[in-house]
Design a protein around this ligand. Structure first.
Ligand code: 5AD
Ligand code: SF4
Length: 441
């Protein structure tokens, strides 16, 4: 009889799922589970799933099929599905794949320990409710073990924007913000455990409006200023934002808050006003361009990143060309781009679809342009001094890899530096996906 049980967690999708997986592991840790990277030795397997694009549910079912043998070999093994596929599919998951013991949606993780215990006793568990309470309120504190110098911290969850292509408002629910005090407590614990950079997470993080100590709402900028006061915390980032919630106080913070890094992920999705309207984005290309100008006025060196969807229903060549023009106008330092993928239950799923060939061609053209912009902005770093937070060991002896203020990966070979240190680095070379340089003494 083993006294510790092993937990194998596989995470798909966004950074919030990474954060949620860590918290669930911590909650199950209190139940005696220890993490393993090897599913063969697991007593519990948890898939934390993503539903944002293409055949996500199908991928989960095929992954689950692969665990069949493990269950034959170890009849006590319990299998759980968490995340947005769990929320969207619910009991359908157990109907289609009876080897699943536990289905838990993203708003019910506060129950994970009880659900797991019941599953171990042989009762199938399904929890996809949307309760009001803070889902990680049950955790006594964040664990300090094995944490790198950079950590995620969820401050906001859900979305009320209902873009016509997106499942988030259905799987993550209505927009809600955690109170300031909870966030500050968690941030301080992270810093005490060696964290120097915190990325505030939310599906609509700049819509943050959590409660302050006086019961009044605070904006994201106000929260950032509170975090700024934490000694030992060197860097603050946030992701992901909506253009309509880019308030003046947040833009101003980018100009003057020393700990707020000059990097902004601000998705626009399309450069065509017709498509933006059909997407229900409630902003147009011009307002996005003038917003970026305003942000650059406040912080001229800020690196702009974005998300794009090509082949949204009814997108014509002209619409797509408008997206290309917008990209040329902005000059992105980074961007994520996707072919539109039909999400059942969302308004755009019912409309006239663009062919797969056209989507593929448009995606290539857009990505070629973005790659050039990204590389040229990265190349501009040559001969500049950047500040690097070293996060891990590199592939070579004495090599460390870190991130600059602008989120560029930077490699430095130097036996005198260690993980967790912040150093000024003189950039000497721009590689395919990273920079190299040496520490400035
Ligand atoms: N198809 C393609 N891309 C999508 N995204 C969201 N929903 C879809 C969809 N149905 C993209 C958007 C969003 C990012 C997280 O994923 O660009 O910003
Ligand atoms: Fe989805 Fe973002 Fe639009 Fe919300 S704002 S519906 S999360 S794409």
């Amino acid at each position: 009889m083993k006294n510790t049980k092993k937990l194998y967690v596989k995470t798909y999708g966004c950074q919030m799922n990474v954060y949620d997986s860590e918290r669930m592991s911590e909650a199950l840790g209190e139940n005696g589970y220890e993490k393993t990277l090897n599913p063969d030795e697991a007593d519990m397997i948890l898939l934390n799933t993503c539903h944002i694009r293409e055949k996500a549910a199908e991928k989960v079912y095929s992954e689950l099929g692969r665990f069949k043998d493990l269950k034959t070999y170890n009849p006590d093994l319990k299998i759980g599905v968490a995340g947005c596929v769990a929320q969207a599919e619910g009991e359908e998951i157990i109907k289609r794949q009876p080897l699943v013991d536990l289905v838990v949606g993203p708003q019910s993780y506060q129950n994970i320990a009880d659900l797991a215990a019941n599953a171990v006793e042989g009762r199938k568990q399904i929890d996809i409710d949307f309760p009001k309470e803070d889902k990680f309120s049950m955790l006594r504190g964040v664990r300090s073990a094995q944490r790198g110098p950079s950590a995620f911290l969820t401050v906001q969850e859900g979305c009320d924007k209902f873009c016509a292509f997106c499942v988030v408002p259905y799987t993550r629910g209505a927009e809600s913000s955690r109170p300031v005090s909870r966030i500050l407590d968690e941030a301080k614990q992270l810093v005490d455990s060696g964290v120097r950079e915190i990325t505030l997470l939310g599906q609509n993080v700049n819509a943050y409006h959590g409660e302050g100590s006086d019961g009044k709402e605070r904006s994201l900028a106000q929260l950032i200023w509170e975090l700024e006061k934490i000694d030992g915390l060197a860097r603050i980032r946030f992701t992901t934002s909506h253009p309509n919630d880019m308030t003046d106080d947040l833009i101003e913070a980018h100009g003057i808050c020393k700990k707020l890094m000059p990097y902004l992920h601000l998705p626009v999705q399309s450069g065509s006003n017709r498509i933006l309207k059909r997407m229900n984005r409630s902003h147009d290309a011009e307002s996005y361009l003038s917003l970026i100008s305003k942000i650059r006025e406040a912080r001229p060196d800020i690196l702009i990143s974005g998300d794009f969807i090509v082949g949204f229903p009814e997108e014509t060549d002209e619409d797509f060309n408008d997206t290309i023009s917008l990209i040329k106008n902005i000059e992105y330092g980074q961007a994520f781009s996707f072919k539109y993928s039909t999400r059942p239950g969302t308004p755009a799923a019912e409309r006239d679809q663009v062919s797969e060939e056209i989507k593929t061609a448009r995606l290539h053209e857009l990505q070629d342009l973005i790659k050039k912009q990204q590389k040229s902005i990265q190349d501009e770093m040559i001969d500049r001094k950047v500040q690097v937070l070293f996060e891990r060991k590199g592939r070579f002896d004495n090599q460390l890899v870190g991130k600059s203020e602008y989120l560029h990966a930077v490699n430095v070979t130097d036996p005198t530096i260690s993980v967790g240190e912040l150093k000024q680095v003189h950039i000497t070379k721009s590689n395919a996906n990273s920079l190299s340089g040496s520490v400035v003494n």
